[in-house]
Structure formats: C-alpha cells, structure tokens
Design a protein around this ligand. Structure first.
Ligand SMILES: [Zn+2]
Ligand SMILES: [Zn+2]
Ligand SMILES: [Zn+2]
Length: 68
C-alpha cells in the first residue's frame, strides 16, 4: 500500500524525520530505532526550530554569552 521507492530498491534508509540542530550540526531522528542519522538516508529533514519551536535558536545565544 504505502510502497516506498527506497524500500522497493532495498536501499538502507529510514522513514523517520531528521531534526537538524543549528548548534553545530547535531542531528537526531524521530525514529527510535534509527542508528545512523544521516540526512541522505532520510526523505524528510527539518530544522529543530521548525520541530520544537524553542531549541537552538533560543539556547545558543545564551551559551555563547556565557562562554564569552
Ligand atoms: Zn522505505
Ligand atoms: Zn536545536
Ligand atoms: Zn532515522
């Protein structure tokens, strides 16, 4: 029913969504079993502020201020 092109081709990939953090390239996947959070293995990649609203966009300036 929900046939995926990559599944049909037996390619190694993930159906989760990669969330890219802007705090230095950290990434995570919404799929708990995902072991390789490489954006190229995922059909959907979003920024953390789109996903969580308040993430690196708010945290990073505070950390930079502390460090400086
Ligand atoms: Zn697939
Ligand atoms: Zn973030
Ligand atoms: Zn994944």
């Amino acid at each position: 029913m929900n046939e995926c092109v990559d599944c049909a081709a037996a390619l190694e990939h993930c159906h989760g969504t990669v969330v890219l953090h802007e705090d230095g390239g950290t990434a995570e996947c919404t799929e708990p079993g995902c072991r390789d959070v490489d954006p190229t293995r995922h059909a959907l990649v979003i920024c953390c502020d789109q996903f969580m609203g308040e993430c690196c966009a708010d945290l990073a300036p505070v950390e930079y201020a502390r460090a400086g």
